[in-house]
Design a binder for this molecule. Structure first.
Ligand SMILES: Nc1nc2c(ncn2[C@@H]2O[C@H](COP(=O)(O)OP(=O)(O)OP(=O)(O)O)[C@@H](O)[C@H]2O)c(=O)[nH]1
Ligand SMILES: [Zn+2]
Length: 298
């Protein structure tokens, strides 16, 4: 028996990487009955008499599980964010960041399309990037799109991680992936369409090695409309609020109507970004109004 990682899945076959090579395997017959679908990214135990005829015996517990793309154990997401005025919104960025925080996936923000900005607009985006770095997020922003600096920064961020590239339709996900892996030849502007054809579309999903990391070759995207959390938990997914809230007077303070709230004090002092607080309030209301049922997974 060997242990390895599924690097590609295609029509019932799973290519498992172990000891420097790939083994083509299938899932055991009883997996389907038990409702187990191996995913790319899974760590598995398998038997393989030859490199062409292996069987997956067991899927080891997953750290994370994404639906789009269907990849397990992703621990990092490159959030491709188009910076042009028409496309950029802090609200969308914050929604993506909260969704990733909830999923337990570390975000890295990649500011795309900076070449389309005026110097003034670029300076404003740099300021914004600074604010997000203060919060604790890594932000990659370069004046020239896809120059050596920007790509080197992305590669360095990927090291040691299983990553996925995400972002809005048209943000530049495929373009970034193509730059990271020349030869990948993802059709730009077509990925979302392909994904939208329906959940039954069987797409090949692979993890590709880039520098010292692994990246899903299929970008992910989502509307990030609802978070699977209760409104009073939302504060846990704003890292700057987490740090401040130890000084809120009330335990469990949600920083809205409570007196002596450290988050509101920081907001008044200008150390918390107004747009972050506004987005927090909006998400809070959305979660409340949708009466999202809190179903804790563990
Ligand atoms: N000028 C400029 N154009 C870019 C940049 N990144 C992407 N684009 C263009 O923006 C359009 C959309 O880029 P894609 O890479 O297809 O975007 P995507 O996020 O993969 O989009 P979907 O597949 O629809 O989800 C394409 O026409 C790209 O050429 C950039 O950094 N600068
Ligand atoms: Zn508070």
């Amino acid at each position: 028996m060997k242990t390895g990682q599924i690097r590609q899945s295609l029509s019932g076959f799973y290519d498992v990487y172990a000891d420097g090579q790939l083994y083509r395997t299938r899932a055991r017959g009883n997996f389907r009955k038990r409702g187990i679908t191996p995913l790319v990214g899974d760590q598995v135990e398998f038997d393989a008499p030859t490199q062409q005829e292996g069987y997956i015996l067991k899927v080891l517990p997953r750290k994370t599980e994404l639906v789009r793309p269907p990849v397990a154990n992703v621990d990092l997401a490159i959030v491709v964010t188009a910076t042009t005025t028409q496309e950029f919104s802090t609200n969308l960025l914050d929604r993506q960041l909260v969704a990733l925080e909830v999923a337990g996936i570390q975000p890295v923000i990649y500011m795309a399309k900076t070449d389309l900005l005026s110097d003034e607009e670029f300076a404003a985006r740099q300021q914004l990037a600074n604010d997000y770095e203060q919060i604790g997020y890594q932000v990659i922003i370069e004046r020239a799109a896809f120059d050596a600096h920007a790509l080197a920064a992305v590669k360095a961020a990927l090291a040691g991680h299983v990553a996925v590239v995400m972002g809005q339709t048209g943000a530049g996900k495929s373009t970034l992936l193509n730059h990271l892996q020349p030869g990948l030849d993802l059709a730009t502007g077509e990925i979302s369409q392909a994904l939208n054809r329906g959940k039954h579309t069987t797409r090949k999903v692979s993890l590709i090695e880039i520098a010292d990391g692994l990246v899903a070759d299929t970008p992910g995207f989502s509307s990030y409309e609802v978070f699977d959390i209760a409104a009073n938990e939302l504060t846990h997914f704003f890292p700057e609020f987490v740090r401040l809230s130890v000084d809120c007077k009330y335990r469990g303070c949600v920083h809205i109507n409570e007196p002596k709230c450290a988050v509101k004090a920081a907001l008044a002092a200008g150390t918390v970004r107004q747009s972050r607080y506004d987005d927090y309030l909006q998400f809070y209301e959305t979660i409340k109004n949708k009466k999202v049922i809190y179903n804790k997974k563990k």
